[in-house]
Design a binder for this molecule. Sequence first.
Ligand SMILES: [Zn+2]
Length: 241
Amino acid sequence: MANKFGLSRNIPDDVKRAVRQHCGFGCAICGTTITEYEHFFPDFVDASKHDPKKIVLLCPTHHSMVTKGIIPKEKVQESWAQPAAKDLGYSKTEHPWFKGIPSLKMGGGPLVQGTPIPIQVRGTNIIEFEPPEEGSNLARISAKLQDASGNNILSIDKNEWRVLSGSWDFKCVGNRYIFLDKFNAPSLILKMNPPNWIAIELLLTSIDGIPVKVTEEKLMIGSSTFSGGLFSNCRVGFAFG
Ligand SMILES: [Zn+2]
């Protein structure tokens, strides 16, 4: 999909990286670290190129307020000039400022440490962590969740929230990142406790029609329930199927 200048919606990786570095790897308005890219002055429809000085990093909440006109573009420009994540000096405790692969509280048992792919079901990585990119202290989170019919309900690629068709929502409440489905029910709740651990309070997905539910205490895959069966310091903490 291109605009009248033939400019593609896809922002090149090097431009995205420049935007992330400029904005301090978080929403320019609030510092939340699950983000999207927004063109300002000019808007994407009137942009002839992807200029990192004209693109801002925003969390889904603030992005939607800008799109609806609740937050004016002038405010966006101000925030670009003085991004919140930089102002906060990476110190805002509720965001996942982890230097390496974060430790996890999930599925019962002791803290899972040094495990980038905590759960894999039928070869699918349900959630994945990568160490921060250069210049950042921010662990990178990826997740892809599906409903029972195999429709994607949530997609996060290295902290970038990928907009899917349908009405999905994101909320940052205290130190919790809450991702809601179209029925306004949470599909993923991450409790951030930097620099020590992230708790997966809830994760709901389906792999090939098999329901998967993860909480801090248990893993439920189909009709099987597991607790405390995750390994630390492995690439994959728990593999099923
Ligand atoms: Zn925000």
